[in-house]
Design a protein around this ligand. Sequence first.
Ligand code: NDP
Ligand code: 2XX
Length: 331
Amino acid sequence: AAASSSSSSPAVTTAEAGEVPATMKAWAYDEYGDGSVLKLNEAAAVPDIADDQVLVRVAAAALNPVDAKRRAGKFKATDSPLPTVPGYDVAGVVVKAGRKVKGLKEGDEVYGNISEKALEGPKQSGSLAEYTAVEEKLLALKPKSLGFAQAAGLPLAVETAHEGLERAGFSAGKSILILGGAGGVGSLAIQLAKHVYGASKVAATASTPKLELLKSLGADVAIDYTKENFEDLPDKYDVVLDAVGQGEKAVKVVKEGGSVVVLTGAVVPPGFRFVVTSDGSVLEKLNPYLESGKVKPLVDPKGPFAFSQVVEAFSYLETGRATGKVVISPI
Ligand SMILES: NC(=O)C1=CN([C@@H]2O[C@H](COP(=O)(O)OP(=O)(O)OC[C@H]3O[C@@H](n4cnc5c(N)ncnc54)[C@H](OP(=O)(O)O)[C@@H]3O)[C@@H](O)[C@H]2O)C=CC1
Ligand SMILES: CC[C@H]1OC(C)=C(O)C1=O
């Protein structure tokens, strides 16, 4: 399921990129609810760009659980107004640049997580559309060795994994347990911990069919949660990264003075939770690892899903069984 390193032919040519229509196709919902509120709008307004933004012709997008939680109204108190075009992760081509944009130009192939704060005023017009407007600082040039679909599967998940490791003070020689190693965040957290940070030991949990995948990503120990409880095993870790919602169990296996980073669900001391901040400079920092294939995006083999299949793609994501990222491509 690991991404191929070949770059797929872009869905958007630079020539096409030069012509910006007034309307576009976009998936949207005007009320909170389950997947049935999602409708394909054939004539949505192409978003305007601010001075510090670029307009991206979307080639690929990826789904995140936060898209589904947001659509369910879980974050309505701090959400942007309805109607919403969902989608945080984008890969595509710059077709227009605001007058304060310095580092990007028309024709650049870019990728990123378009909402700086995932829960506080996320973009109302997201990446599940033909065009989206994004601040330059949230984007990076797409790694040349990755296709648009592979690149779209990185931003929010890899930024979360990176921020979690940074907030935990993870560093070379430390041990880590990753709860949910086969998911979008977990599959990248294993790779970052092992191949970027130089972990002494990476353990991760998944169900039986995914254990070999965890090892292929860099895990030294793959724990089958359908057969044993990690909290009953003798091993303790410098850091535990919880991408499942097992914060109360996670604290039982952290070493004295260690860190428990919780991405979702209950938090008990010494655990802490954070919400990812989008930052293009993190993608730039990781670029050598991504270009070389030392860190690979994992695109769930059930995809990439066609743009017309977004509802089906969300249904699959919401089973909680996705392996890596659910990607929508081409758009
Ligand atoms: N705080 C923040 O900023 C962020 C929070 N999150 C949250 O983190 C969580 C994970 O996100 P993401 O990785 O994108 O999710 P995914 O949908 O990609 O996770 C799916 C994976 O979870 C695994 N999984 C499910 N249950 C368990 C379990 N009990 N033990 C081990 N693995 C399990 C599945 O493996 P299997 O089939 O083997 O069970 C599957 O491969 C979500 O709740 C998300 O909302 C994500 C990003 C940012
Ligand atoms: C409270 C964590 C929330 O924020 C993101 C980005 C998720 O996926 C969540 O569940």
